[in-house]
Write a protein that binds this ligand. Structure first.
Ligand code: ATP
Length: 869
């Protein structure tokens, strides 16, 4: 085994047959074939039979199995067979649905695959981390997660959080130093291990181990597979299911006991009626429907570029009252263009020809030297790439200039300090937010010389640029012959700089954003902008976007002066925060939460992680975000676009709606089935529906109708509602009232049709076939009511919105036809053929239900709009 930490950089490179220029692409490909993908093995999926067996682990199934055994013991073979078949079919359906849901989640987690910056063929490029091979040269920046085990070759202020490996979340310093052979993992200064997070600085390193050969791979060769498909809501429903089962067992025992005593019912019949009652009442399909609804919904959100990392977020999304968004890149395009420059005593367009103006040339040179973007403008921060455009009018060859003035040291940019600096022979160049740079200047460039700074004039020029919503950078230099270290400390920059000038950039809002902000406002959601940019720039953009609050822009320094309780009072009315640092975001989240807001907060930097974690929904950026921010977030925007948050909220509300609709649909029908049996048993009447028939109805509708609701598209009006109060339970008064009355109406209709049929001298078989079909047709009709929460269901648009509903209704109709007319089914279920008149009667009886529910919705809508007036 090689002790990489004890080898020098060159020894390590030699051993890996690599160089600081990186591997050739062809070598990397060959190695990839030999070494395999850089991935930890996923925990093997349980074999299908084990997953099938797990489906039987359910109290209800235990009850059913016991019932089947008892029925067989009583020689009731048909009952035993049907119950057995239901148990098996139920398990198979569960297995298929679970598999589908897991696949959907797997596809989504792959969208978040880790990327790595690697140098191949001498060029930096971004590839999937899975494609890394030993010997690759990788670049790390603050916020990155190490994609493999690396021997550090170059490091600047590098700090790493090794929590993934050691469990301890304290950043440790790392450098390119070799250490003693028997140094412990934590003391191996020259190593950065896979899975650890870079918290500060930057580095380059060579990959020494990938996949399961990494230290992380050694301690956990198993990667936690797909995230479990569970949320607080699913758990709440499972718990509700357990309580319901227990209560039902007691209720059933009481009813059957009474029937045995009062009506002298034969024990075997009593027992089967009891089983039927339990099966009828328990909404066994509900947990599976919720799982499928979540999976379908999350998939739909991913199609709209909102990737859910943590499933509970789906529920929370519907309650969001406030979105706090970054400006640059999220609200604006972040495709910057330098439009104006200001030097000495003149302001001009950035693309104006230079005509040997030494001031402009000096500014352009500084902008190109104090800049991390690649010379070809392909890699780098958009603002730095935009600065390279100053080269052309000034006739500068970027590569030549950089070769002539090599970088001796650097202080990287950070959002806290808001500037960066680079040292070259004989001078230091500083670039950053104008106020920060101006503060450190005492002079300004004039021609070839420096003269006293005219602060007022610069302030005026700055005001003009920012008032137009332009993003502004200042550049300054310090002519000093000094031996600079590789890494420069902020104090070393000093405050006697000579200002070279300002560069202003256009960063227009993204096209879809104004409409998305309007949609949020309609949906009762406040949008706040939290930016690192200048106050006036932020205000101008906020005005364009329509998010200006009642109060003025609050800046980071002003915010620091406020006590917590003062801030809590101000956050409500202030919508624009400028010149903020990441730690201000955390304070803002806390202050907003103290006002009972439910917050979605965006962030991209490593230091945004605490605010993202604290927010109710942390939103990270898929393109420009750091891995650290993504790991702290609940939702990731694949396109970094604010409009996607609004789509996410819309879909989230839709998913919650569909879950509520499934409940609104399933519970009354279960209640009706149970009430029919309980009433008949208690009254000592002939059962209008036999236990085997109940099992059929339950199974047939659970695999068809309820499933249709999972595919219901989000209703257009979800964004016209106020956010759902976060403490609102699933069973609101509206839901409870609906369950009760629809349950009672269906029960009444079933009894009516059964008695009516019997009184017309029909036999029991016909009366029961009528009763069963009435219940099923009633459920079909009621499904159409439930497909819309409050808006009318009987519009063409609503009827055509979900083709699955029609397909599944079609399947159910075929199943019912088989149940009614097939001789084998007639034998098993004791059914008999119905005539056209029977069907017409059934339809005539259930149609009023359709109308009644629509009337209820109409009355509710009217009450709501009156209350709103
Ligand atoms: P947001 O928080 O909305 O993304 P932002 O990008 O302006 O806004 P920061 O990245 O924190 O926020 O930048 C703060 C300020 O620092 C910018 O307004 C700009 O003046 C300056 N700045 C940004 N990038 C650089 C850079 N690469 N070099 C020097 N200064 C920069």
């Amino acid at each position: 085994m090689t002790n990489w930490h004890a080898l020098s950089k060159d020894e390590a490179l030699e051993k890996l047959d690599s160089s600081s220029e990186g591997l050739e692409e062809s070598t990397a490909e060959k190695r990839h074939e030999e070494q395999g993908p850089n991935k930890l093995p996923e925990s093997a999926r349980r074999p299908w039979w084990q997953r099938l067996l797990a489906q039987f682990h359910n109290v209800l199934i235990y009850v059913l199995i016991a019932a089947a055994i008892l029925a067989a013991a009583l020689e009731k073979w048909v009952d035993a067979g049907v119950i057995g078949a239901v148990v098996i079919i139920n398990a198979l359906i569960g297995l298929v649905q679970e598999g589908k849901a897991e696949k959907a989640m797997e596809a989504i987690s792959q969208m978040l695959a880790l990327k790595a910056k690697v140098r191949r063929d001498g060029r930096w490029q971004e590839i999937e981390a899975a494609k890394l091979v030993c010997g690759d040269i990788v670049r790390l920046r603050a916020g990155d997660q190490a994609p493999a085990d690396l021997r550090v070759l170059k490091a600047r202020g590098l700090q790493v959080d090794q929590a993934a490996l050691t469990g301890e979340s304290v950043p440790v310093d790392r450098s390119s130093e070799a250490v003693d052979e028997d140094a412990a993992l934590a003391d191996r200064k020259g190593m950065v291990y896979s899975g650890t997070l870079v918290t500060a600085g930057e580095a380059e390193g060579v990959v020494i181990a990938i996949g399961s050969d990494t230290e992380l791979g050694k301690i956990s060769t198993m990667l936690e597979g797909v995230e479990k498909l569970t949320t607080p809501l699913v758990r709440q429903i499972n718990r509700f299911g357990h309580i319901l089962t227990a209560a039902l067992l007691a209720f059933t025992a009481a009813i059957v006991g009474l029937a045995l005593v009062i009506h002298d019912m034969p024990p075997a019949e009593g027992f089967l009626a009891g089983v039927a009652l339990i099966v009828a009442a328990i909404p066994e399909g509900l947990p599976a429907i919720i799982t499928i609804t979540l999976a379908v919904g999350v998939r739909r959100m991913a199609d709209r570029k909102a990737i859910i990392r943590l499933l509970p977020a789906v529920e929370t999304l519907g309650s969001v009252t406030t979105i706090c968004s970054d400006k640059t890149g999220t609200l604006t395009r972040n495709v910057l263009k330098a439009s104006r420059i200001v030097i000495g005593d003149e302001a001009r367009d950035a693309d104006q020809s230079v005509e040997d103006n030494p001031g402009v040339v000096a500014l352009a040179e500084a902008a190109i030297l104090c800049n991390d973007a690649d010379a070809d403008g392909e890699e780098g921060d958009p603002i730095e790439k935009a600065l390279l455009a100053l080269a052309e009018p000034a006739d500068i060859d970027i590569e030549q200039l950089r070769e002539d003035h090599p970088r001796r040291g650097a202080l990287p940019f950070s959002s806290e300090q808001k500037f960066m600096a680079t040292a070259h022979d004989g001078r230091l160049i500083v670039k950053g937010a104008p106020e920060t740079v101006l503060e450190r200047c005492t002079a300004q460039r004039s021609g070839q010389d420096c003269q006293d700074l005219d602060s007022d004039w610069w302030d005026q020029e700055l005001d003009k640029l920012t008032a137009d919503g332009l993003r502004v950078l200042a550049l300054a230099e310090w002519q000093e012959d000094k031996d600079w270290d590789d890494s420069i400390e902020p104090e070393e920059v000093g405050d006697e700089l000579c200002l070279l000038g300002l560069v202003a950039f256009e960063d227009p809002p993204r096209d879809q954003v104004p409409a998305a902000i309007k949609a949020c406002h309609r949906a009762g959601i406040t949008v706040k902008m939290i930016t690192g940019d200048h106050a006036a720039t932020a205000s101008a953009i906020a005005r364009k976007l329509g998010i200006k609050g009642d109060e003025d822009t609050l800046t980071g320094p002003e915010l620091e002066k406020l006590e917590d309780d003062e801030l809590i009072k101000r956050v409500g009315a202030t919508n624009v925060y400028a010149r903020t640092s990441p730690e201000h975001k955390l304070r803002l989240v806390k202050a907003l939460q103290a006002n009972d807001a439910v917050i979605a907060m965006t962030g991209d930097g490593a230091n945004d992680a605490p605010a993202l974690k604290r927010a109710d929904i942390g939103v990270a950026m898929g393109i420009k975000g750091t891995e650290a921010s993504r790991q702290a977030a609940e939702m990731v925007l694949a396109d970094d676009n604010f409009a996607t948050i609004a789509s996410g909220i819309e879909e989230g509300r839709g998913i919650y709606d569909n879950i509520r609709k499934a409940i609104l649909f399933i519970l009354p029908t279960n209640a009706a089935e149970a009430l029919v049996i309980a009433t008949a048993v208690l009254a000592g009447m002939t059962l209008p529906i036999t236990p085997v028939q109940i099992l059929w109805v339950n199974m047939a509708t659970a695999v068809t109708l309820a499933l249709a609701l999972a595919f219901e598209p989000t209703e257009g009006e979800v964004m016209d509602r106020a956010p759902r109060p976060s403490d609102q339970g699933l069973i609101t008064r509206f839901v409870a009232v609906r369950i009760l009355w629809v349950g009672l109406v269906l029960t009444g209709l079933t009894f009516f049709v059964f008695q009516w049929s019997l009184s017309g001298q029909s036999d029991e078989a016909l009366a029961r076939t009528m009763a069963v079909n009435l219940l099923v047709v009633g459920e079909i009709v009621y499904l159409f009511n439930c497909r819309r929460w409050l808006s009318p269901s009987l519009t063409l648009e609503a009827l055509l919105a979900n083709r699955w509903a029609w397909v599944l209704v079609g399947v159910l109709v075929l199943m019912q036809a088989g149940f009614t007319y097939l001789p084998a089914a007639q034998l098993i279920f004791e059914t008999t053929a119905l005539g056209l008149g029977h069907w017409l009667l059934i339809l005539a009886l259930v149609t009023p239900l359709l109308v009644l529910v629509e009337l209820e919705k109409w009355a509710y809508r009217r009450r709501q709009s009156r209350a709103a007036d």
